[in-house]
Design a protein around this ligand. Structure first.
Ligand SMILES: Cc1cc2nc3c(=O)[nH]c(=O)nc-3n(C[C@H](O)[C@H](O)[C@H](O)COP(=O)(O)O)c2cc1C
Length: 119
């Protein structure tokens, strides 16, 4: 399973790097194309928003998206990891988890299992 992820300051990148076994990874930019099913991992920025680059990537690749993981920081209260919740609802894909910063060992375990179930 491909993991498509966006990371501005490196937290999400660090989380993705910890997934075992290592999945194929695609770091998102607006014009990249996925050619196989992927799980999207996206941080939340600016009051619960999906980063614009991630929105454009989904516009171009929504057909291959099979799940989403939201990332963020609990300091943002109700907006915690909201990008993942927005995308899950908008595109009707399962929300496989919400992680804070680079995630915990437990997040790595649960999310690895949930991804396996999708295969
Ligand atoms: C300007 C700014 C706005 C943010 N807004 C949110 C937010 O609305 N909700 C949230 O959960 N986290 C928010 N965050 C926290 C980031 O999502 C969090 O630091 C995340 O781990 C960043 O991922 P990255 O390092 O892969 O870019 C914000 C961070 C910054 C700098």
């Amino acid at each position: 399973m491909l993991i498509a992820y966006y990371s501005l300051t490196g937290n999400t990148r660090r989380f993705v790097a910890r997934l075992v076994p290592p999945a194929d990874r695609l770091e998102i930019s607006a014009h990249k194309r996925a050619t196989e099913p992927f799980v999207l991992v996206t941080p939340t920025y600016n009051f619960g928003n999906v980063p614009a680059t991630v929105e454009r990537f989904i516009d171009n690749n929504a057909g291959y998206m099979v799940g989403v993981i939201g990332a963020g920081n609990r300091n943002w209260g109700d907006n915690f990891a909201k990008a993942g919740r927005i995308i899950a609802q908008q595109y009707d894909v399962p929300l496989l988890g919400m992680i804070e910063l680079a995630g915990t060992e437990e997040d790595v375990k649960t999310i690895t299992e949930r991804m396996r179930e999708l295969e």
